[in-house]
Structures are given as C-alpha cells and as structure tokens.
Write a protein that binds this ligand. Structure first.
Ligand SMILES: Nc1ncnc2c1ncn2[C@@H]1O[C@H](COP(=O)(O)OP(=O)(O)OP(=O)(O)O)[C@@H](O)[C@H]1O
Length: 227
C-alpha cells in the first residue's frame, strides 16, 4: 500500500467470555480500497469487522481512523463517527420491512436531520444506479433478497461514508444476484471514493476486492494481493 491508511486495526484482541475471537489482528485499509476479509467459520472475521467499524470495543489494541483512536472515544463521539463516516451492509440487509424501499434508502439522511424533500430526492437518485426504479415504492419486506441488498447498499452509501463495512453481503443470495450485488457495491463505492471492508468466505466474492486477507484463529495469516 503506497498511501497512508485511512483505517488501521493494530494488535486487536477480543474475547467473548473465555472464547478468544481476535488474538492480535493487524489490518489497514487505504482510502477507496476494497479489502476482502476471508477465513473459515469462527475465525474472527465478523469480530474484526465489528471492531474496525466501532460497533464493539477490542479488549486490547487500537482502531485508528484518520489518526483518531476510535476505541478510546466516548460512546457518543463513537456513535457520531459511525453515523457520519461509516456505512453498513449486513447479510440480510436489515431494511425496515414496513417502510418503502425509497424511505429505507433515505433513512440515514432523515436521521441526520435533513429535510424530507432533500432526503427523498437524494434517495431517488440512487434508484436507477442500483436498478431499483421499479421497486422504490414497494415495501422493503416485499422485495426480493437481491433487491433488498441493493437497497441496503444505497442506504449505506447515501450519506457519503468514507468506509463501508459489509458482512457476508451476498450470503443470503444465489450466485447471479450475489455477483450483481458485489458488482454494484464495488462500483458505487469506488465512484463515491469510499473504502469497503467486506467479510466473506466465498472466493468469488473476494475476487471483487483490490486485496484479500485471511483470518485464522483470530489472527491475519495471509495478507495476499488479489489476483
Ligand atoms: N457475541 C458473541 N458471544 C460469544 N461468542 C462470540 C460472539 N461473537 C463471536 N463469538 C465467538 O468468537 C469466535 C469468532 O466469531 P466470529 O463471528 O468473529 O467468526 P467468523 O469468522 O465471522 O465466523 P462465521 O464465518 O461463521 O460468521 C467464534 O468462536 C464465536 O463463537
């Protein structure tokens, strides 16, 4: 990596009770880079992503975003950072099923205090980018898994985050829908200049990344350039 990393995890340790999930993991993500985190089940991938994303605090080690120690921030400051500079896509999208797709996409802007008109206009601009024009008015609970994941990508990117964290974003989809979601996630993130950290156990998903790392037993064992 030839530029200063945007986000760094240094010597990360995390245990759940007596179960160690991370045992000294080191990772760095550059601005605009797509990093795939691979590894077997239980290796610590999700725990690493949650630490990097400021969702949980490591027991030891540091998470540094633009030179600021995320894990040492008071909760309110960490929440503010999460809302303003990070975006999230999880395996099942986690859209609000009772809200329309368009409303789900607009949600981060509404929660950030933007006016409804501004938020809905911005959300509307994402529909064609992610092939969602026909389903913008449908309830999120009634669209297909692939459509829901594409809406989750739009929702993750609408507030222009610096880093998007995606945990098995294609895990609930068939191969065709999964490829489509990865293609759109990577293209949209690159266009917006956002970095992406994507946890996956599928090498075809990891192939969309600029770089792949492998987690095993809570450590990074194989930092390798993507082919
Ligand atoms: N909230 C939790 N409470 C207790 N144990 C946990 C918790 N989260 C993770 N673990 C344990 O920590 C270890 C690492 O889990 P983690 O979910 O990070 O692995 P993973 O590589 O993402 O696995 P998978 O691919 O199956 O999702 C596992 O032994 C898991 O059981």
């Amino acid at each position: 990596m030839n530029e200063t990393p945007l986000l760094i995890g240094r010597g990360l340790h995390k245990s759940f009770g007596s179960t160690p999930a991370l045992r000294g993991a080191d990772v760095a993500v550059a601005a605009g880079e797509v990093l795939a985190v691979m590894g077997p089940s239980g290796a610590g991938k999700s725990t690493l992503l949650h630490c990097l994303a400021g969702l949980i605090r490591p027991d030891a080690g540091d998470v540094v975003f633009e030179g600021r120690l995320v894990n040492r921030m008071p909760d309110r400051e960490r929440s503010r950072l999460r809302r303003s500079v990070f975006g999230y896509v999880f395996q099942f999208g986690q859209l609000v099923p009772e809200l329309r797709v368009l409303e789900n996409i607009a949600l981060p802007l509404l929660l950030a205090g933007k006016g409804r008109r501004t938020a809905f206009e911005a959300a509307g601009q994402w529909l064609p980018r992610l092939g969602l024009v026909d389903v913008g008015d449908r309830l999120a609970g009634e669209v297909s898994g692939g459509q829901g994941q594409r809406a989750a990508i739009a929702r993750a990117l609408i507030a222009k985050p610096r880093v998007v964290f995606a945990d098995e974003p294609t895990g609930s989809l068939d191969t065709v829908a999964g490829d489509e979601v990865m293609e759109l996630l990577v293209t949209a993130a690159k266009t917006e200049g956002a970095g992406v950290v994507v946890v996956t156990h599928e090498s075809r998903v990891a192939a969309y990344a600029d770089r792949q790392i492998t987690v095993r037993d809570g450590r990074i064992v194989q930092p390798a350039r993507a082919a």
